[in-house]
Design a protein around this ligand. Sequence first.
Ligand SMILES: [Zn+2]
Length: 708
Amino acid sequence: MTRWMRILCVMLCLCVLCGIAAVGASAASESFSFSLKLASAANCRSYGGNNISTFNPQNADKDRGSYESGTVEVTNNGTSSTIHLKERKNFKNAYYLLLPFTMTVKVPAYTCYKVTLSYDIKLQRNANGESWYVMEWTDNTDGAAYKRTYSANNADASGGICRLHSSAKSACTGSGTVELTFDNLNGSAQKSMTREYAIFVGNSKSNSLLESYHHQLETTFTLSKKSCTTTKTVRLNANGGKVSPASKVVTCGSTYGTLPTPTRTGYDFDGWYTRESSGTKVTANTSVGTDPPTTLYAHWKGKTYTVTFDANGGTVGMKSRTATYGSEYPALPAPTREGYSFDGWYTQKTGGTKVDENTTVTTAANHTLYAHWHLTPALAPYNVKLEMDETGVYGKRIYHHVGYSSYDNHTKETTWYACDENGDNGIPITDENGDPTYPTTPTAGVHYYYVLVTATRKDNGLQASTKSNVVCVTVTKATPKITEPPTAAALDLAVGNTLAYSTLTGGTAKNNNARPSTNVAGRFVWKDDTVKPPRNGGRYAVVFQPDDTQNYETAETTAYVSVTCSHKFGAWSAGRRTCAVCGEEDVRTNTVTITWGELAYTYTDGAWNPATHDYDIGGGWAPNRKNGDVITVQNEGANEVRVRFQYTKADTAIGGNFANSDGDYIYSPIDLPVNRTKTVLLCLTGRPGKALNNAEIGSVTVRLEGGY
Ligand SMILES: [Zn+2]
């Protein structure tokens, strides 16, 4: 196994030639900056072909080398670093190593650098052997071909800068210098300029690689720069203004000469300076020196203007101030306005840009600032605390207290809300007229309340409210007080025999929780209307049923019920009938007044009647007194009756018949309506068989029938 180890040491150094101006102002200089970057291992090329004469670095890439450290980047001046290269491959034949690297130099604007790159090389072999080494410097910037000066046919490896001949073990050394130009004279900005290079190392004896030899390669690079010319282009930075031309070419060791005068709105020109702020002033007579600053900066003084304050509806003590353009505004006055808070000063009466003491003046004229306002917000009450009776009975007043703190210059108003237990869904509490009120006698149930205390500013009417805690008020139903029990109607057994048939009327129930007490609407009913009172009545429980069952319980009292019977009689029977309900017997009485005549008669024989062979002419029975034969019946009762007249003989020879007042016989019974009087005559017939003197000859019976 053949192991190659190569170490490349790169020493970098910077010398500044024109850093400090000897006369006049010190010159500002951008630092010289560069970087040296070795290509990655993949881009390093090695060659293991048999015939060195066929080697073409542009194409040979058959067997790349590999390195412990493929990339080392060295930046900035004054820093050195060593690049270690270690070959690991075994090669049978000729070996060449090409190490590309790039060098980048950052060149300031309007600047040209000449950079001298000096290198020292040391090549050493650690063991005996036959090999020839060289180092060549190649420049393949922009893809240029490697320019290899070493010839494969040169048996002693002439050319190059370092050679190890034959079996010599001592190190070879060499050095060289390359001057490189980085020209950014026409550039207006710093520019990174890159050049590409390569280190070529090779030997000419192919068989020497069959053995393991170790070699060391050390290279030290030194870079230095100097200015390309003795003239410099100095940029003129108007620093916010305008200037033309924007640069001037000056000569080291001379004066600047006439410099242009820039202009800037709102400013007076104060001169050219070496720095953007502060620095040293440069005039036409100032010496350029050997390294002038790349840029001169215009310095300015702001113009002053009068700023007028418009309180815009308010009042302000200070009417105007002086402000400097480009500087911050001076302290601004504080205006006042009743009911308003000051928002600040603005560039426009409406809208515009806000201006304060930290604002830079950008108006290049006398100008006005306008006060802007907003209504001062109301201050909400605080410590709002609602206290209420948390339990109550319907009708009894619920007492409350609302406590809060508030600010002056506000009017306060309390609004009540009913809400849910979370204090949400609040509904304003109003009276029957829709006006706001507070709960005095809430209905039975659970209520939640809160109050909203609203403060209204007296000066601008803005409002702010604070909601109180939520209070739960539980109201139970009221039990009515029966101050006057109802009256029970008499129970008519003929209608019904239970309390259901006794109507309750009147009665008064009151809610004594209310002040003053109020009547409770409702009705009285028997507690058990199926009860059957005895015949002599009794006292029974009565229930008061309120119409408003949500807010009232029922109440009880008693009422006395008397029992009557309007009777349900059966049919009359012999002037009597019986009540089917109570069993009471009814007896009917009819009144008929009978007025009897004397009923005393005298019989007188008449003249002989040959036709009849009797003494009937002018004879017969006649009452002893006028109307002595009359019987009068007068119905003084309530019912029509029938009257039957009956004559009963005592002397079989003497008969009797009844006739009406016209003398026509009648046949009883006769009808005798109520309040009527009827008259009948008793007519006797027949001739007594013997002389009679005060003898009873018969009797009359008057019998009443019907009437029931
Ligand atoms: Zn009865």
